[in-house]
Design a protein around this ligand. Sequence first.
Ligand code: TXA
Ligand code: MG
Length: 328
Amino acid sequence: MHITQTSPEALNQAASILKSGGLVSFPTETVYGLGANALDGKAVAKIFAAKGRPSFNPLIIHVPDLSAAQKYAVFDDRALEIAHAFWPGPLTLILPKRRDGGISDLVTAGLDTIAVRVPAHKTAQELLKTCGLPVAAPSANISGTLSPTTPKHVADSLQNAVDMVLAGGACEIGLESTILDLTGDHPEILRPGAVVAEDFQSRFDFPVVYNVAINEKAPKSPGQLLKHYAPARPVRLRAVDLGGDEALLAFGSLKFMGLKGGGHVKDLPQSRVLNLSESGDLHEAAANLFAMLKALDRPEHSAIAVMDIPDTGLGIAINDRLSRAAQS
Ligand code: TXA
Ligand code: MG
């Protein structure tokens, strides 16, 4: 991995890495981000692989301005007022996701809402304008370690998992952005940051409350649980055959998948079988996971049977999400 000082050439290089599906770490005023093209599910899967995240949490997309944000999220009047007041800056908004925006379902973990941010940092702004893409970016560190605020932190944490580190000095704020959820009746702060509830109260006449998950894995109350997408149909894991009205979410070769009571899966209508990755590629499978679960989650199917997926690398995150879907 190379750390590259920001220059017009470096920005062009970073933009072309993003366009071709690679990972670029870039500075924002909060922390360094680990960015990928949010329209490209396979590129986004690399983020989870690089961070060693055991599960798929939804990611924030980064755009240069409000008009770019409006391509991917639905803004009502309240959201527009807030965006005008705080963007660019350390505030992320959770809004309804636009269906025609083309954002990978892996970015939003299958949710109908999306987290959007317009960073103020000069290098981030220049990169987002140069590449012209929405960039999905969590903090650029191994999961469970401190968020990076210098290019060296990124290099130490991620080593060769990122194609380029665009250097832009130390981050001014050093703490992740405030996350404000605007999808409910009342705006709620889901993650505290440099923008605080009083900043809204001094400008607007609506109340803003904190609803902060202390720890997403062990929430204090169910209300603090991050909402997860789950199919309406039951999910059956490690299927070795397919029942009467079940749909099949396949992985790898279908050669040995039969139907209960006789027959072969390959003779079924295509609408009943989707393959996460025919070649058994876990990046491709991660990129397809939420979109394919949703596509199979139809009333004519009694359940979604899922073939065994190896529990290594990105397979751990895929299996984590599937086992949650199987419980609900
Ligand atoms: O300062 C920041 O926000 C940094 C820099 C790089 O921009 N990014 C960052 O991203 O902290 P990340 O992926 O580490 O944090 C994303 C947070 C997670 O806590 C996730 O649960 C929440 O945003 N989130 C994303 N989409 C959401 C959604 N649709 N609903 C609720 N929470 C969401
Ligand atoms: Mg983080």
